[in-house]
Design a binder for this molecule. Structure first.
Ligand SMILES: Cc1ncc(COP(=O)(O)O)c(C=O)c1O
Length: 374
C-alpha cells in the first residue's frame, strides 16, 4: 500500500514538497550562487529564463514579470487598450483576467462559455463586438486550449488584438503550437500552484511583436530608457533572480510534469466517465491539466463526502465574474450567461499534481463512484 493511501485522511490538491525533493540539490546550488552574487533583480537568471522560455515557445521574445496579472495588464497597455475601449473575455475564469481590463480603464464584455470545455464560446463572440471592441482575452481554462483558429479568424475580420491568458496552460498545444504564441501576446502566471510554479509570485509575457516586447520591457521597469531616465510612467513589475532560477530548473521538467498530469487525468476519466462530465480530450490540442475538473449536479454532495474521507477538492469557480460584486457596475443579471452559471454550480476540481500516485488517483475516483451510488 502506498504512503498516500495509508495516509488517506489527507490527500491534498497539490504537493509542492514532493515536486521540490527531486530538484532540491539543484535549487540549493542556484540559490547559493544568487545570494553570493548579490544580484537579485533583472540579472542573468531572468535573462536566461527569458531565452529558454522564448525557445520553448518558439517565439521572438519573452519578458519576465512580477505576476500573471501584471503580464495581462502590461500587455493591454502595450497594445494601447484604454478608456472607452471594450475587451471581450470569459466570465468563467480567475478575476485577474478581467481585472487587468479595468486597470487600463477599459470595459470587460463577458461572453458565455462552452458546456464541454468551459472555455469561451466562439459562436457567441461576434454578437458582442461593437465599434468600441479592441481586443479579446482568451483563457485556456484549466490547461485546455481554447478555439484559437476561430478566435484568430474573428480577430482578423474585426481588426482585434488577441491576448492569450495562458496562466493555467504552460506547455499546452493547439494544432502542435504552444499556447501563448498564437495571439499578439501570451501571458503566464508562475504562482506556486500553477503547472509551472515559482516559490513566490512571478509572470511572463511572450510575443512575436518587437514593439510589444519593447513596450512591456519598459513598462515593467518604470519606463526606464537609461540611468534615471524615464520615457513614460511605468511600473515595478520585475521578475526576481531567485524565482527565475527556480523556474529555469522546473522548465527543464515541465513536459514530464505535464505528461504525468495527463496520465493522472486518464486514470480519473477511465473510472469516472459516464458517471460525471469529465474533461474533454480533443484531437487538435493537448490539455495540460493544471486542473482536472469534473461536472456533476451532485457536486456539493461529492465535495462534502470527499472532505469527510480526507480527500481535498476545490470549486474553481463558484461565482462567474459577471455576477461578482466587483463587476456589479457592468449591469449583468443572473441568467445572462447561463452556461457559465451552470458551470459554477456543477464544477469540482480534484487533486492533480505530477507526483500523485496512480493508486491514489484510482482511490479518489472510486470514492467518488461510491458517493454517487450513495
Ligand atoms: C486564468 C488566470 N489568469 C490570471 C491569473 C493571475 O496570475 P497571478 O496570480 O500570477 O497574478 C491567474 C492566476 O491565478 C489565472 O488562473
Amino acid at each position: 500500500m502506498t504512503k498516500q493511501i495509508q495516509n488517506k485522511t489527507s490527500i491534498p490538491m497539490l504537493d509542492l514538497k514532493a515536486q521540490y525533493l527531486p530538484i532540491k540539490e539543484e535549487i540549493k546550488i542556484a540559490l547559493k550562487e544568487i545570494i553570493e552574487s548579490g544580484q537579485f533583480v533583472l540579472g542573468p537568471n531572468v535573462k536566461s529564463f527569458e531565452n529558454e522560455a522564448q525557445s520553448y515557445h518558439n517565439v521572438n521574445s519573452a519578458v519576465g514579470l512580477a505576476s500573471g496579472t501584471d503580464a495581462l495588464h502590461l500587455s493591454l497597455k502595450a497594445l494601447d487598450i484604454k478608456e472607452s475601449d471594450e475587451v471581450i473575455t470569459t466570465p468563467f475564469t480567475f478575476i485577474a483576467t478581467a481585472e487587468s481590463i479595468c486597470y487600463v480603464g477599459a470595459k470587460p464584455v463577458f461572453v458565455d462559455v462552452n458546456k464541454n470545455t468551459m472555455n469561451i464560446n466562439v459562436s457567441k463572440i461576434e454578437e458582442k463586438i461593437t465599434s468600441k471592441t479592441k481586443a479579446i482575452i482568451v483563457v485556456h481554462l484549466f490547461g485546455q486550449p481554447a478555439d484559437m483558429n476561430e478566435i484568430m479568424a474573428l480577430a482578423t475580420k474585426y481588426n482585434l488584438r488577441v491576448i492569450e491568458d495562458s496562466a493555467q496552460a504552460f506547455g499546452a498545444k493547439y494544432n502542435g503550437i504552444k499556447v501563448g504564441s498564437i495571439g499578439d501576446a501570451g501571458c503566464f502566471s508562475f504562482y506556486p500552484s500553477k503547472n509551472l510554479g515559482a516559490y513566490g509570485d512571478g509572470g511572463m509575457m511572450i510575443t512575436n511583436n518587437p514593439d510589444i516586447c519593447k513596450k512591456v520591457q519598459l513598462l515593467r521597469n518604470h519606463g526606464t530608457v537609461g540611468p534615471y531616465q524615464h520615457s513614460f510612467i511605468g511600473y515595478n513589475s520585475r521578475l526576481d533572480e531567485i524565482q527565475a532560477a527556480i523556474l529555469r530548473i522546473k522548465l527543464r521538467n515541465i513536459d514530464i510534469y505535464n505528461q504525468k498530469r495527463s496520465s493522472t487525468a486518464k486514470i480519473y476519466s477511465s473510472i469516472l466517465n459516464g458517471s460525471v462530465q469529465c474533461p474533454v480530450e480533443m484531437d487538435d490540442r493537448t490539455h495540460v491539466y493544471h486542473q482536472y475538473t469534473i461536472r456533476t449536479p451532485l457536486r456539493d454532495r461529492i465535495s462534502s463526502a470527499l472532505k469527510e474521507s480526507g480527500i481535498s477538492s476545490v470549486v474553481y469557480y463558484p461565482i462567474p465574474l459577471h455576477l461578482q460584486e466587483a463587476f456589479k457596475y457592468l449591469g449583468y443579471s443572473e441568467g445572462d450567461l447561463p452556461e457559465s452559471e451552470a458551470a459554477a454550480n456543477e464544477v469540482l476540481s480534484l487533486p492533480i499534481y505530477p507526483e500523485l500516485e496512480p493508486e491514489t488517483a484510482k482511490l479518489i475516483a472510486k470514492t467518488i463512484l461510491d458517493i454517487i451510488k450513495g
